[in-house]
Design a protein around this ligand. Structure first.
Ligand code: K1U
Ligand code: ZN
Length: 180
């Protein structure tokens, strides 16, 4: 298992289109395992391959201890609209309100190569949409108004100094010691 570096805003890989996964290989299984570990270390509820510098069409999501691997995911149905605040592990300390479909059905393949469909609402629906956007080079800040986005970009000018090479390096969470 390895913690992967997270690419942050400005890294070109975040704006690239991913490539559909053909075969489920041991390398892909390792990538998925490392993505879950990285997502948890960063205290996220999702992570997409471009965020770790990879262009496979793969994302992981875990809302309420329900880990889901999304290989070649697509939204096949959506309805309603809901506005809520979002963040992004690739744009640390920046938040904004985003309108998303309130209910979505995602079709994807799992690590066993089986196609499945999953309907979702609330945070899971938002996470699916956020991660699938990453797989198409789209970020939540793209949905903000011109003025809000300009404010975000001005703030990012200061924050980005913390991420040399446009990479965020995580440290493994330290286990809590009993009784302390
Ligand atoms: O892809 C990412 O950058 C991960 C991102 C996904 C996300 C999905 C839906 C709403 C907001 C963000 C995160 O996980 S950021 C962490 C976060 O916002 C969060 C963490 C725990 C509960 C709720 C939100
Ligand atoms: Zn994100």
């Amino acid at each position: 298992m390895s913690l992967l570096e997270i690419h942050v805003l400005g890294s070109p890989v975040l704006r690239e289109e991913t490539k559909p996964v053909g075969a489920i290989t041991d390398e892909l299984r390792q990538l998925v395992e490392d993505m879950f570990e990285t997502m948890r270390a960063a205290q996220g509820i999702g992570l997409a391959a471009p965020q770790v510098g990879r262009l496979e069409r793969v994302a992981v999501v875990d809302v309420d201890n329900d880990p889901i691997v999304l290989i070649n995911p697509e939204i096949v149905a959506e309805s309603g609209s809901e506005r809520a605040e979002e963040g992004c592990l690739s744009i640390p300390d920046i938040y904004g309100d985003v309108d998303r479909a309130a209910r979505v059905t995602v079709r994807a393949t799992n690590l066993e190569g089986k196609t499945f469909e999953r309907e979702a609402t609330e945070l899971l629906a938002r996470a699916f949409q956020h991660e699938i956007d990453h797989l198409h080079g789209k970020l939540f800040i793209d949905y903000l108004s011109f003025l809000k986005r300009r404010g975000v970009m001005a703030r990012w000018e200061d924050l980005k100094e913390k991420y040399p090479g446009q990479r965020r390096i995580l440290t493994a969470p330290v286990a809590a010691e009993d009784g302390k």
